[in-house]
Design a protein around this ligand. Structure first.
Ligand code: AMP
Length: 436
């Protein structure tokens, strides 16, 4: 279906043509008609799927076609978790706003509050904002949203992960017009807090889920390397840090202690690095992200905090120093590279503690991953879970004694002293179980 069939305002169509877009992406095809008939929407969407236009186009259409509910109040509010994302959305919005009478403003943290107040005094119709700073302005009464017609949450799951639930609740309460339409976009819908938020914000929403996240990303090459222990992982990391084709690199670790330690290691190897962890305040986190985004640092070492939303073309490599607990998180992490058609490389280090996570990733991707080897750094560890080895040994023992009347297979297991591991849910902290 071409864009022409969506019955969009000619001014919007001109901008679409200017961008050279002919056909809506799958998500646009699903979402735009539903929004245009006035429905609330909950969408599971990946960056790169065309989600921004999936809400910008029908939002603009509504604002162009209907009379404002209030002369003073903002008509549409788009919330994004990070300044980077808010700025990207705003850049796309500007293009669509430019040949219409509508006005817009960008309100994010880290910028002069008074300047923003002046901007808001001009009563922009559409505001793109990060939740924290927007609520500051609401409280200062520099902006009013009682007549808000459209509330759009981009990367809602990430906003919740960053602790913005209180701000979203305040905004939801303030934007209390019964004709408000609400659109919620989230990388995953498999998130208890997103469900809670959707319940609070949306009225009988239409659900859209396209582009299953297990699909392989064409532009990202993925390699898995076995490692015997932490020191071995560090040796592999040193090796990869010497690769000359690294533009920017994100290293993901399981703990913030590792994030700090590995940032130091990168620095020792001449790569300017910065560590990001939940220990930092929101403003320090933003500052770290900003420094990385502007290329001040070549390496960002982080826990899962930065696994979503960051859309930087320069990130050529992602290294999983530890595998994430949840398979979906793996897909988000590696999706920080290979953006907008650029090629990316995702390297994962797999130690004995990562095996359960690897199995979940393989199940999620619906294919075995296979292992690569660095010359001189091959692991002794063969990538098989210890419990599987024990079972194999037990089976072998059982076969050996089959047919012998006195044979006791259970004892044969005990004799072999297999190590049983209870990986727990995350499989990261195996606990040795005592043999009876
Ligand atoms: P997003 O998922 O919104 O970050 O969009 C990802 C990229 O796809 C952006 O560079 C958009 O400009 C581009 N894009 C969005 N819609 C279309 C479309 N219908 N056809 C081609 N490219 C598109």
């Amino acid at each position: 279906m071409p864009f022409n069939d969506l019955s969009l305002d000619p001014r919007l169509m001109r901008s679409v043509q200017h961008l050279g877009f002919v056909k809506p992406t799958e998500i646009q095809h699903e979402a735009i008609p539903a929004v245009m008939v006035g429905r609330d929407l909950i969408v599971s969407s990946q960056t790169g799927s065309g989600k921004t236009l999936a809400y910008l186009l029908p939002m603009m259409q509504r604002l162009l076609k209907s009379r404002p509910l209030s002369k003073r109040d903002a008509r549409a509010l788009i919330l994004a978790p990070t300044r980077e994302l808010a700025k990207q959305v705003y850049a796309q919005l500007r293009l669509f706003v430019s040949n219409t009478p509508l006005t817009s403003a960008l309100i994010v943290g880290g910028e002069n509050f008074n300047d923003q107040e002046k901007l808001l005094k001009r009563q922009p119709n559409i505001i793109v904002a990060t939740p924290g700073r927007f609520v500051d302005h609401l409280e200062h009464k520099s902006v009013f949203i009682n007549g808000l017609e459209m509330l759009i949450l981009d990367e809602a799951d990430r906003m919740l992960d960053l602790g913005f639930m209180p701000q979203l609740t305040v905004i939801n309460k303030a934007a209390d017009h019964r004709l408000r339409q609400t659109l919620l976009f989230s990388a995953t819908l498999d998130h208890a807090e997103v469900d809670e938020l959707a319940l609070a914000l949306l009225k009988t929403p239409h659900r859209v889920a396209v582009g299953a996240s297990h699909q392989q990303h064409q532009d990202i090459s993925q390699q898995f390397y076995l490692a015997d222990h932490l020191t071995h992982k560090e040796a592999l990391l040193r090796h990869f840090l010497q690769q000359s084709d690294i533009k920017q690199l994100i290293i993901f670790t399981a703990t913030r202690e590792d994030a700090e330690r590995l940032a130091l290691l990168c620095e020792q190897l001449g790569r300017s690095a910065v560590g990001l962890s939940g220990k930092l305040s929101q403003s320090s986190r933003n500052a770290v992200m900003q420094a990385f985004a502007t290329g001040k640092h070549q390496v960002l070492v982080t826990t899962d905090l930065a696994s979503r939303g960051l859309d930087l073309l320069q990130v050529s490599h992602v290294i999983n120093f530890d595998l994430p607990k949840h398979a979906e998180e793996y897909v988000h992490r590696i999706g920080r590279t290979g953006r907008a058609g650029a090629k990316g490389q995702a390297i994962s280090l797999v130690g004995p503690k990562d095996i359960a996570a690897l199995e979940r990733i393989e199940a999620f991707l619906r294919q075995p991953t296979g292992f690569s080897v660095v010359d001189g750094l091959a692991a002794k560890f063969d990538g098989k879970p210890k419990v599987a080895k024990a079972v194999a040994k037990a089976v072998a023992g059982k076969k050996a004694v089959q047919g012998k009347a006195k044979a006791k297979p259970v004892k044969a297991v005990a004799k072999n002293k297999p190590q049983f591991f209870e990986g727990g849910d995350d499989g990261l902290a195996p606990v040795r179980r005592k043999q009876k």
